[in-house]
Design a protein around this ligand. Sequence first.
Ligand SMILES: Nc1ncnc2c1ncn2[C@@H]1O[C@H](COP(=O)(O)OP(=O)(O)OP(=O)(O)O)[C@@H](O)[C@H]1O
Ligand SMILES: [Mg+2]
Length: 246
Amino acid sequence: MIEVKNAKKTYGEGPTRVEALAGVSMKLDPGAFSFIVGPSGSGKTTLLDILGALMHPTSGEVYIDGKRLSDFDDYQLALFRRDRIGFVFQSFNLLPALTAIENVLVPVYPEGVTEESRQKAAKLLMELGLADRINHRPAELSGGERQRVAVARALINDPVVVLADEPTGNLDSRTGNMLFAYMRNLNKEHGVTFVVVTHDTEYITKDDHVFLIKDGKITKHDHEKILKGHGRKKRPRGIHASRTST
Ligand SMILES: Nc1ncnc2c1ncn2[C@@H]1O[C@H](COP(=O)(O)OP(=O)(O)OP(=O)(O)O)[C@@H](O)[C@H]1O
Ligand SMILES: [Mg+2]
């Protein structure tokens, strides 16, 4: 379904030029649960933005069901993002003036919010442990609660592919486990394809696909070694908290 061929991405020009992706090729198998791992600044968010058509690569191509993304017009791109992709941003990108449920409903606004969509949003928030935070604004929520609002918003349109950037970055291990169990269930029961950027490698299992990215390139990795690394001493929670919090 989504394939990236030799994607390069540079930011800035002259002395501030950064090559964030230095030629990445990858294929997402439908129904797979995939992880993108790698050091800070290695290009994970950039790659996710490209997979979700939020950004075009500087060079290289992205194919959706065999069609070149660069041939899509703005309308087709918007439809693709709205109907097929659920995006969980590393920095949440919640709208501060809206309540939790209103934020979850943002992707529905173009068609108009119905009683049915309101109930669906409330159900998602409830399932993510936020039943009593539905009418709170982002400033009245903890980082982990905001993160789960962002997850609910990504799921409101029943996406085929969920791209999640550090979805457990602000969660304690109990809530993180709960969120992963929820995502695994969507993957198994409903065939939703997941791509998760994470530093929490303990969530990776044997059958998952792993893309290790270093200096903007996908590099070979030893799956067993990543799985074995689970016993390592864990970093303190919140260390990778995003730069902005709404
Ligand atoms: N908008 C931007 N303008 C200029 N440089 C950028 C921009 N966004 C990212 N970069 C740079 O591109 C490189 C890759 O950034 P990216 O956000 O993809 O990394 P990452 O792997 O997601 O890191 P982290 O784990 O810290 O979230 C970094 O060196 C970063 O400083
Ligand atoms: Mg990132």
